[in-house]
Write a protein that binds this ligand. Structure first.
Ligand SMILES: C[S@@+](CC[C@H](N)C(=O)[O-])C[C@H]1O[C@@H](n2cnc3c(N)ncnc32)[C@H](O)[C@@H]1O
Length: 330
């Protein structure tokens, strides 16, 4: 993956005829996104849409990710997480540091600031350094979001480069209390997910209760899935795959990463929503509180030192969907 991304984008990949390039906004511009753009970014209401299209097309020119073509950067994945209101926001307000890995245009961090988190302990990181400027352009917040908090790095770099790379040099090992990985690990094959997981554990604070959380695509039967053109092959012609986790395989992978790193972990799937369930939440309403209410366990269960007696996987549906997870350092 990293090799392909470092090199030229495959032929034709920036074509706007790929199905994941949505030509017009439909449901993506939710009330939450509009509120943030109007009230936080101070974009005049009648310019919001053209503003989004302009920034999106610049982002498409950097790399034609589905998250860019489909306007995911208007969706606040972190705020939809069951722990956002009850655990994450309060901890940010009391001084925890948060890193958003694979932050792209940094929407989750801006939502945290809008919801009252101090910006000085929030960090973003991504493979593409151009996203820092583009995120400032999208959110119009150079006066709010601190400079040098967007760290360019490659989580798949070879070991020596990673250990001496920007993330380790800027943040240092064991310094981050909350690491967000929204729609991130599922970009990689199994071997690389495990590699990235152990690197994330190096960055995570040594304090018990430090947490890694996010959401990603999930399936009932885990599978190493071949990618479709134009991303199906490396420059050397090797076939590329991404690993799709079931809730159980995701937990097992983190347990393995914890054992390999000597870090005691409690990985939990907070929710596994089939697409209908995700879509059922009213447009523009972040589902954090509602999601917490319907969960079979509480935040106290998650952070308790006692063995968890309740099931660690909560299913809201049996089909392919979205996994919301938290991995807590015991
Ligand atoms: C699917 S997007 C998700 C963006 C955002 N977290 C969200 O939820 O909308 C994945 C992001 O991971 C970044 N990424 C991909 N490979 C990476 C790597 N090897 N190191 C660091 N970031 C990477 C991409 O540039 C992209 O911004």
């Amino acid at each position: 993956m990293a090799k392909m991304l470092d090199g030229p984008v495959p032929n034709g990949a920036r074509s706007v005829s790929w199905p994941w390039y949505h030509h017009t906004l439909t449901t993506e511009l939710t009330a939450d996104a509009r509120t943030l753009l109007e009230q936080y970014s101070k974009i005049p209401p009648d310019r919001v849409e053209t503003h989004i299209y302009r920034v999106r097309d610049k982002a498409w020119g950097i790399f034609p990710w589905p998250c860019v073509g489909e306007f995911w950067f208007l969706s606040f994945g972190l705020a939809k997480h069951p722990l956002y209101h009850t655990v994450i926001l309060p901890r940010l307000k009391s001084g925890d540091a948060l890193l958003d890995l694979g932050a792209c245009l940094g929407q989750d961090l801006r939502k945290c600031v809008f919801d009252g988190a101090p910006a000085n302990k929030l960090y973003a990181s991504d493979l593409f350094e151009q996203y820092e400027d583009l995120a400032y352009e999208l959110w119009n917040d150079r006066d709010i979001f601190p400079p040098n908090h967007y760290i360019k790095d490659d989580v798949l770099a070879d070991n020596d480069r990673f250990m001496h790379g920007n993330l380790m040099m800027t943040l240092g090992p064991g310094q981050i209390d909350i690491i967000v990985i929204n729609m991130f690990l599922h970009l990689f094959n199994y071997q690389n997910q495990l590699k990235v997981a152990t690197r994330i554990l190096r960055l995570l604070s040594h304090k018990p209760g430090s947490i890694i959380l996010g959401s990603q695509a999930g399936v009932v039967n885990p599978i190493e899935q071949p990618l479709k053109p134009p991303f199906d092959k490396t420059e050397d012609g090797e076939k590329r795959t991404v690993f799709r986790h079931s809730p159980e395989s995701f937990i097992r992978m983190w347990e393995d990463a914890g054992r390999a790193s000597g870090v005691p972990l409690r990985p939990i799937i907070c929710d596994f929503q089939k697409p209908e369930a995700t879509d059922a939440s009213a447009p523009g309403v972040d589902t954090g509180l509602k999601a917490e209410e319907k969960k079979p366990f509480t935040a106290d269960d998650l952070f308790s030192k006692e063995p968890l007696t309740k099931p660690r996987v909560y299913f809201s549906g049996p089909e392919t969907g979205r996994l919301y997870f938290s991995i807590i350092r015991s």
